[in-house]
Design a protein around this ligand. Structure first.
Ligand SMILES: *Cc1c(COP(=O)(O)O)cnc(C)c1O
Length: 361
């Protein structure tokens, strides 16, 4: 995080700890990020934001995904900033603010090209800004932020990047002409924070990069930015069995031993975040040696071909880590499974204990 803060200079840093801190543990990661220079926290849901507050974190927190009937009042009372991505949300938040007897701090979300959530440019934006200003005049909201989100910041040079930045500038300029005085205008995610200084504006919202994981193959390895993967996924070898040639392994017998060999049992499966699509890939380090996942990954366990070796039961198994000692990285798993490292780290199951090395507090 220090590295990232230094990289973005004067822009404030929001540490995005949605989805349990990308699988790393939201509360601990939030604390570490704040200790290392971030000044805001970001979550997807209000429930995630409320959990951070309940854990005693006092930093500004923005949450951005709402459905009708959400806990607006609880958010307002917990001093959480909320994102408004449409008229219905403005309506609900003003009702909640009236009930709470205090204004909500809101960030207006401009839809600039991701085509996901937010208010579209043109008439919709004009009406939305006008309605938000009316609510502000009534003392029900304080418009503290204007923001948007990139579609392709991880693809350097993609034409949508400049188009979104230009549109965002136009939409914020319009809102400011109408009288909005935002504390923060923010647009950049990790990829943009790392590679597009012109998008930093008042604040950057950093998720994946804070965990030392690449935001996209087009950006180069995390080391190129001085970043290191935070998460290692380890297990203990649960059993070793000698098997003959021609032995089918795991459900469906999709793996058949090519000769006499040894099989190792790992006590982790797809429910723990070992992708089923990794079956057959040489991704697991057992006792310092790379092994192939033999046959199908099951819900709670999987088998590796130890190639005749007989490491002791209890030997360390490294599924992924920073890559220093021959182990795979989350990016290697992602490549083998046709997905992105985000999905690999966020899917580690609740059954796997998170152990923090060198926590600052
Ligand atoms: C997830 C998210 C981010 C962080 O994205 P990274 O690519 O992980 O840095 C920023 N802003 C919003 C709105 C998000 O949903």
């Amino acid at each position: 995080m220090e590295t990232l803060c230094a990289r973005v200079g004067d822009a404030a840093v929001m540490a995005v700890v949605k989805s349990d801190g990308y699988g790393h543990g939201a509360v601990t990661c939030a604390r570490e990020a704040l200790a290392a220079g971030a000044s805001w926290l970001g979550t997807t849901t209000a429930e995630e934001a409320l959990e951070l507050r309940a854990a005693g974190l006092t930093a500004r927190i923005l949450c951005w995904l709402w459905v009708p009937g959400g806990p607006w009042r609880e958010a307002i009372e917990a001093d959480i900033d909320v994102s408004l991505g449409g008229m219905w949300a403005l309506q609900e938040v003003t009702e909640a603010a009236r009930a709470a007897g205090r204004p909500a701090r809101v960030h207006l979300k401009a839809e600039t090209g991701l085509s996901r959530n937010g208010v579209r440019p043109g008439e919709a934006w004009a009406e939305f800004v006008a309605a938000a200003l009316r609510a502000q005049a009534e003392g029900l909201v304080r418009i503290v932020g204007l923001y948007s989100h990139f579609a392709c910041a991880d693809v350097p040079g993609h034409p949508s990047i400049a188009a979104q930045l230009t549109l965002f500038r136009e939409m914020t300029a319009y809102a400011e002409e109408q009288g909005v005085r935002p504390e923060v205008r923010h647009l950049a995610n990790s990829a943009a924070a790392l590679t597009l200084p012109e998008t930093h504006l008042d604040m950057v919202r950093i998720g994946i990069a804070m965990f030392g994981v690449s935001a996209g193959p087009g950006l180069g390895a995390p080391e190129e930015y001085g970043l290191r993967p935070v998460m290692s996924f380890r297990a203990s070898l649960a059993l070793v069995n000698q098997v003959p040639e021609g032995q089918g392994v795991s459900y469906g017998h999709y793996y058949v031993t090519a000769g006499e060999t040894t099989l190792g049992l790992l006590p982790v499966g797809y429910a723990d975040g070992v992708p089923r699509a990794a079956s057959g890939s040489e991704l697991v380090l057992v006792d310092g040696k790379r092994c192939t996942i033999a046959g199908r990954v099951a819900m709670d366990m999987c088998v590796v071909d130890l190639g005749g070796d007989t490491p002791p039961v209890g030997s360390e198994v490294v599924l992924f880590g920073p890559g220093d000692h021959g182990e795979s990285t989350a990016a290697d798993w992602a490549a083998a499974c046709a997905t992105i490292p985000y999905e690999i780290v966020t899917r580690i199951g609740a059954r796997i204990p998170r152990v923090y090395l060198n926590p600052s507090a």
